[in-house]
Each structure stands twice: as C-alpha cells, then as structure tokens.
Design a protein around this ligand. Structure first.
Ligand code: 5GP
Ligand code: MN
Length: 324
C-alpha cells in the first residue's frame, strides 16, 4: 500500500485535521504532530487542528493551545485528515470531513475499514504516531515534532509494555529521544502521574470491582453521581481499566462509566484468550484485539450480561491459546 502524504496535500490551500472524541495521547500526538509537519512542509497552506479539548497533561505539545475545540462553521477544506479513527468517531469535526473536497483517513485500528477517499490503515502498527513517523520525511523531524510522536507511542504501547511494541517501535523511539526532550518527565507527567482525586476514584473503582466467569473477568463501574461527587471528567478515569487488567488471573477487564441515563462508555482490556475488538464490534464499537471500547445502552447488569455472552464465546474460540 503506497501512500504519499505530501502528494495528497499538494495544491491544498486549506487543510483540516482531527481525531476521535475523548482524545487520548496517541490521538493528540498524531493531530498535533501532523499539524506541525504539514505547516513545515507546506508553508503556503493554512493548516487547522480540531479536537475535543484534550487533557491538560498534553499542554506541552506544540500547538496544544491552538487546537480549536469550538468547531465553528468553516468553508469546506481542500483536504481533511481523520487520524486514529473512522469518520464516525470524529464527533463535531465530522461535519468538516463530510464537506471536504478530499478526505484522508490514517489509522492503525484493525476495526477501521477506511472511511476516506484515501485510506492508510496499518493495524500492524502499534500507534498512529508510529505510523506517522513512517510517513514523515526524517529530515523534517525536529524536537517538538519528535516529542509529539513520542507521546503517542508511549500512550498506545503503555510505555513499551504492550504486545504492540516491536523492535521497530523501539528503534524509532530511540531516534525520537535523540532530539533531546525530557522524556522521563514526559512519561511521568502524561502517563503515570495522577491527581489526588483521580487516585481516589481509581481506588474506589478497584475496591468495588467484581470478578465473574470463574474469576477470569473483572468489571467496575463509575456512575454519574460518583463523577459529580469527585468532580471528575471521563479523562480522569483513564488508567483504571489497565489497573483492573493487572490483577492476577484476569483475562478480560471491563471498566464502565455512565454517560447518560441507561448509557455507559465501556473500556475493555484482555489477554490472548479474548479478542475485545470483536466483542466491542458487536456493540458498534471497535479498537484493538487487546484494548477496545464501545458505548452500550441499558442498565449495568444488561450491559454485563450482553458482554459476558460474547466474552465467553471468545474464550471458547481461543481455548488453548498460549500466554505470550
Ligand atoms: P479506551 O478503552 O482506552 O477508551 O480505548 C481502547 C481502544 O479502543 C482505543 O484504541 C480506542 O480508540 C478504541 N475505542 C474505544 N472506544 C471505542 C468506540 O466506541 N468505538 C471504536 N471504534 N473504538 C473505540
Ligand atoms: Mn491509537
């Protein structure tokens, strides 16, 4: 699959970029990294980034303050890029995508079958930022751009821990840190550090978690009223599902938070026995084999019953799979 990013954007006067709702580190790094790169390589073009306001921890990435989270009415863009998702997960930015003269979809999610005029989907790549590294001319990298891509790589690989980390991921990351940004601080402040309330609500979610299916699955839920009590937003709940997955004997961890009456956002993490992307797809979501999500309607018990059905199917299918 050949794809020449700059060729697709040549002659474009106005270029728009966006990523998925509730943007994570990979999404923010990719959108801002792409903006930096296109501004550098195509100085004659106007390049704008649109995203729901990303968490404050990402404020040091160049361009953070310029992200447009108000989604104003715009003339159609000549090229609009959807990064790290399909067009239907762009949220308010979807209107720019639909109106654009040309759309480009760049992603690494296995569940993305391509929603642009031009699609560059690489499910074998651990993060969209790693994929952008491959697309960008190495001579055009600089410290700020390297830092943006590095943030995305560490967030989607769990700081090089998950099985989507390859020798190539580490080689590329080695080249990125050679630009001299303060990577230990970046890892600590964007990935591990929690505010006091974030730690409190995580503690509560862990304490109230329930194991099921012979203790191979675990679930925890945070209701709207709990979120109001601690005065937290969805992004404050990042990391809870990973802690649940760390528990011995767990093949599938589920974390849910309430988004509306009878509506929950579901995050799943798993080992080789369960393909959670398959589970999420049954409910209109998607993601990766070992990290996926969806939005479900019904009460907590309805959701768990429906999920369990598909999880146990997965377990049966993958019986005998060896741990890596
Ligand atoms: P998280 O659980 O961290 O929100 O998401 C895990 C992975 O699944 C990420 O790659 C994320 O983009 C994807 N994902 C989460 N929720 C959804 C969803 O509702 N739809 C789709 N297509 N992907 C999702
Ligand atoms: Mn990603």
């Amino acid at each position: 699959m050949s794809f020449d990013l700059l060729k697709e954007c040549e002659n474009a006067k106005r270029i728009g970029i966006s990523g998925h709702v509730r943007p994570d580190g990979d999404c923010v790094g990719a959108v801002l990294g792409m903006q930096m790169y296109l501004r550098k390589c195509l100085p004659g073009a106007e390049v704008k980034a649109f995203l729901e306001k990303p968490a404050e921890i990402f404020r040091e990435i160049q361009g953070y303050d310029g992200i447009d989270s108000a989604f104003p009415t715009e003339e159609p863009f000549d090229v609009f890029l959807a990064l790290d998702c399909t067009a239907d997960r762009l949220g308010e930015a979807e209107k720019y995508f639909r109106a654009a003269h040309k759309t480009v979809n760049i992603d690494h999610h296995v569940t993305n079958s391509g929603s642009g005029d031009i699609n560059y989907i690489r499910p074998e790549t651990g993060s969209t930022c790693e994929l952008l590294y491959d697309l960008f001319d190495p001579d055009r990298l600089d410290r700020e751009l390297a830092m943006a891509l590095y943030v995305g790589i560490i967030h989607d690989t769990g700081v090089f821990q998950y099985s989507n980390t390859t020798p190539a991921t580490l080689e590329k990351s080695a080249r990125l840190i050679s630009y001299g940004f303060d990577f230990p601080r970046l890892i600590q402040e964007t990935f591990y550090q929690k505010t006091y309330v974030q730690a409190q609500i995580m503690g509560r979610a862990l304490m109230e978690s329930i194991r099921f299916m012979n203790n191979t699955c675990i679930v925890s839920v945070v209701y709207k009223k709990n979120m109001d009590f601690y005065d937290v937003e969805p992004s404050d709940l990042d990391g809870i599902v990973n802690q649940l997955r760390n528990i011995e004997g767990i093949s599938c961890a589920i974390f849910m938070y309430q988004t509306d009456v009878q509506e929950f956002k579901v995050s799943m993490r798993s080992d080789e026995k369960v393909n959670v992307a398959e589970v999420a797809m049954h409910f209109g979501g998607g993601g990766h084999a070992r990290a996926a999500g969806c939005t479900m309607r019904g009460n907590f018990y309805d959701c768990i019953n429906n999920l369990s059905l598909h999880i146990s199917e997965q377990m049966k299918e993958n019986e005998g799979a060896q741990a890596d």
